[in-house]
Design a protein around this ligand. Structure first.
Ligand SMILES: NC(=O)C1=CN([C@@H]2O[C@H](COP(=O)(O)OP(=O)(O)OC[C@H]3O[C@@H](n4cnc5c(N)ncnc54)[C@H](OP(=O)(O)O)[C@@H]3O)[C@@H](O)[C@H]2O)[C@@H](O)CC1
Ligand SMILES: Nc1ncnc2c1ncn2[C@@H]1O[C@H](COP(=O)(O)OP(=O)(O)O)[C@@H](O)[C@H]1O
Ligand SMILES: [Mg+2]
Length: 282
């Protein structure tokens, strides 16, 4: 196994593109978040809010009907399109052409949702981030990866990774299998954990930010929003992945002296995104 490249501040600065003073919301990218089901609309709220707060111009969120008021009231800046079904997604229809889509947080694995994911993958042309239950559905239908665009970013936590690549007996086997998966399906795998690694074919990158404060519900949903936002702004997927995991971890490093590990929540990540971006302007 090659030794990993570290994602340091210098590397993040190389990747980061400061906002052009003459830009407008139409140039900053329109991102779509497809997330949520009854009881897990919070995942859609967290991903959408972090997406909006990572620099893209417009965010539209696709949710089942039951999430409509929750989402509109929680984040008035985000536009909402609802499925015809009440409790889970069954038919993804988008009245726009997005620059990037993040799909999966909290969507569940209902049969109707599985079919909706398949149909969405058949027609989608936008750069993609695939997370959570969308990964779990794909893990049971590996042939659908044919429909997944090259350089799509997958963001599995260890259990989701195991569902995708099977069990491993050692760390080195885990990396070997993930590299083989990345090469076979031409996808970028963000192996979330402590620390997070990014696998892009045979290249391995290791993040240098983040701490145990991130071990809290919804922190992965927030990462999905950040990555989708960066893709929508035109970052190449491999750069979006590096910058996104770096900023996500940095929020926890910046917040820790104020919150301690215990009171840090996924919303704290979102609260500290501004400070994390400002670190790159110094
Ligand atoms: N507010 C909301 O709406 C929220 C909605 N959410 C949504 O809920 C859905 C289900 O997501 P999920 O990840 O909780 O369930 P699932 O895929 O079964 O994984 C759990 C298993 O994985 C393991 N595991 C996890 N991390 C690990 C690690 N670092 N290292 C090692 N093991 C690790 C863990 O293992 P354990 O240690 O518990 O045995 C357990 O077995 C998903 O759509 C998500 O987006 C959540 O984001 C929460 C907030
Ligand atoms: N101990 C830890 N140190 C650093 N990062 C962590 C730690 N525990 C969790 N994380 C990060 O928090 C996120 C958790 O994602 P995930 O398990 O998908 O959460 P959720 O599904 O609840 O949103 C990942 O980015 C992971 O790297
Ligand atoms: Mg998750």
């Amino acid at each position: 196994m090659k030794s990993p490249y570290l994602i340091t501040k210098e590397e993040a600065l190389r990747v980061y593109k400061p906002v052009n003073p003459h830009t407008h919301k139409g140039l900053q990218g329109h991102a779509v978040i497809i997330a949520g089901s009854y009881g897990k609309i919070g995942a859609a709220v967290l991903a959408s809010k972090s997406c909006l707060k990572s620099g893209c111009g417009l965010v539209t969120t696709f949710i089942p009907k039951c999430g409509y008021q929750i989402l509109q009231i929680s984040i008035p800046e985000v536009m909402t399109v609802t499925d015809e079904n009440t409790n889970f997604i069954t038919n993804i229809h988008l009245p726009l052409i997005p620059q990037a889509v993040g799909i999966g947080p909290g969507i569940g694995k209902e049969l109707g949702t599985q079919k909706a994911l398949f149909e969405f993958l058949r027609i989608n042309k936008a750069p993609l981030v695939i997370d959570a239950d969308a990964l779990n559905i794909l893990a049971e239908n590996l042939s659908w990866f044919e429909l997944v665009p090259e350089n799509t970013i997958l963001t599995p936590h260890p259990k989701e990774l195991e569902r995708l690549i099977g069990k491993w007996n050692s760390d080195s086997e885990k990396f070997q299998k993930t590299i083989a998966f990345s090469e076979k399906y031409k996808v970028i795998v963000v192996m979330k954990g402590a620390p997070t690694f990014i696998i892009n074919k045979s290249e391995i990158y290791q993040n240098t930010t983040g701490n145990a404060a991130l071990a809290t519900a919804g922190s992965g949903d927030v990462l999905t929003g950040i990555l989708t936002s960066l893709l929508a702004q035109g970052y190449e997927p491999k750069y979006a992945a590096k910058l996104g995991v770096y900023l996500h971890g940095l929020t926890a490093d910046l917040a820790l002296p104020k919150t301690g590990y215990e009171s840090f929540t996924a919303s704290t990540i979102i609260k500290y995104l501004g400070k994390a971006f400002l670190e790159l302007d110094n």
